[in-house]
Design a protein around this ligand. Structure first.
Ligand code: C5P
Length: 209
């Protein structure tokens, strides 16, 4: 079974995807990490994020340690959201994601275009969202918890800018697949959001069996 979990930044999709992977005993891929790895390579090579050519050259994972904490930084996330708009970058990362999705037994993938482009055949699709203010508040608290300097207003501006870039790009924009279950986590605790996600996948399994 393939489970596709899409949604905007800080919607809770990563937490939900990891919980679904544990619950259904499936391997999990956070596809945002692939775009972040390209961004980190580019930054370390001093490449220009405005150049698609430089970004495509940075699609070399031989140098990347996926446990590198720098991958999760706001600076890397910002560059990732820019270089992810390049069709050449998206196609360089396509095969890796498709082969993860199609491994025997299935997988859980989270990202922006899993249910629409990477695995449109997924048996279960979730589109996880929340109000921008709620997502900004979560991200702000997360950053403060990590001891990083953070201003709520700046985080909200950044979240809105990423939403705009992710939704308006021409190639594989952030979009809910027609057959995805819409899960709005604005007013939900993590536990309640996970419970609703598990129930949605189980319903999908029951109807497709
Ligand atoms: O999910 P995360 O914030 O780690 O993703 C970093 C960036 O990578 C996002 O802002 C988005 O622009 C891009 N991305 C994407 N498609 C995916 C996953 C992430 O365009 N499947």
């Amino acid at each position: 079974m393939i489970i596709a979990v899409d949604g905007p930044a800080a919607s809770g999709k990563g937490t939900i995807a990891r919980a679904l992977a544990r619950r259904f005993k499936l391997p999990h891929l956070d596809t945002g990490l692939l775009y972040r790895a390209v961004a980190l390579n580019l930054l370390r090579w001093d490449g220009d994020p405005e150049s698609e050519f430089a970004a495509i050259r940075a699609c070399d994972f031989s140098q990347i340690d996926f446990a590198d904490r720098e991958l999760k930084s706001e600076a890397v996330g910002g560059v990732a959201s820019r270089i992810s708009a390049y069709p050449g970058v998206r196609s360089a990362l396509l095969e890796r994601q498709r082969s993860f999705a199609s491994q025997p037994g299935g997988a859980v993938l989270d990202g922006r275009d899993i249910g629409t482009v990477i695995a449109p055949e997924a048996e279960a699709k979730l589109f996880v969202t929340a109000l921008p203010e709620v997502r900004a508040h979560r991200r702000h608290q997360e950053l403060q918890g990590l001891g990083r300097h953070s201003h709520y207003e700046d985080v909200l501006i950044d979240i809105r800018a990423r939403d705009e870039r992710d939704s308006s790009r021409a190639t594989a924009p952030l979009a809910k697949a027609d057959d995805a279950y819409l899960l709005d986590t604005s007013a939900l605790s993590i536990e309640a959001a996970i419970a609703e996600a598990v129930a949605a996948v189980e319903r999908r399994l029951a109807t497709s069996a």
